[in-house]
Design a protein around this ligand. Structure first.
Ligand SMILES: [Zn+2]
Length: 165
């Protein structure tokens, strides 16, 4: 999949938004195996996933998609980009929350399958007395303890995981 990234700089500046989703394809081939082995997806799901990964899904921010304006057609509060639709538009909040809980539970189950004890949605008090919630606390024989708060984001660049810290 690295080939998809290699020619991407040939896009003119006005179309650079299109290449954002493919920048990370070559970094972790097992996670991107669905691109060539799509047996778990219908043809329609696979086609839509490719469009979203390549950032060419039909949103108003893509050049040529709309003649009047590029504001979100549901909430109008922001430019209708794929990250807005998937990550912050109030119209999809229920679906986004459901997806988040499914991903958190899948990570918790994967950790349990490797011998970790995992607690989800752990509530506690900080040293200042305010309440805090951690998505997961995982430990294994008191050797390795982790506090895990997964965040689902639209991948925009290779440095994104480091940029949030
Ligand atoms: Zn919106």
């Amino acid at each position: 999949m690295a080939g998809l990234c290699q020619g991407s700089n040939e896009f003119p500046d006005s179309l650079q938004v299109i290449r954002k989703g493919v920048e990370l394809f070559g970094d972790h081939p097992p996670a991107n195996r669905w691109i060539t082995h799509h047996k778990d997806l219908t043809c329609s799901e696979w086609r839509d996933a490719l469009k979203m990964a390549g950032n060419v899904a039909a949103v108003r921010a893509i050049p040529g998609k709309t003649m009047d304006n590029n504001r979100c057609s549901y909430c109008g509060s922001e430019i209708e980009t794929l990250p807005h639709v998937l990550g912050s538009c109030p119209h999809g909040e229920a679906l986004r929350n459901t997806r988040y809980h499914e991903v958190r539970s899948a990570i918790a189950q994967a950790l349990r399958n490797t011998g970790f004890t995992v607690f989800e949605e752990v509530h506690g008090l900080s040293t200042t007395g305010s309440t805090r919630t951690k998505d997961m606390i995982a430990f294994q024989d008191h050797r390795r303890d982790f506090i895990i708060d997964p965040t689902l984001r639209f991948e925009t660049c290779k440095s994104q995981p480091q940029d949030v810290h």
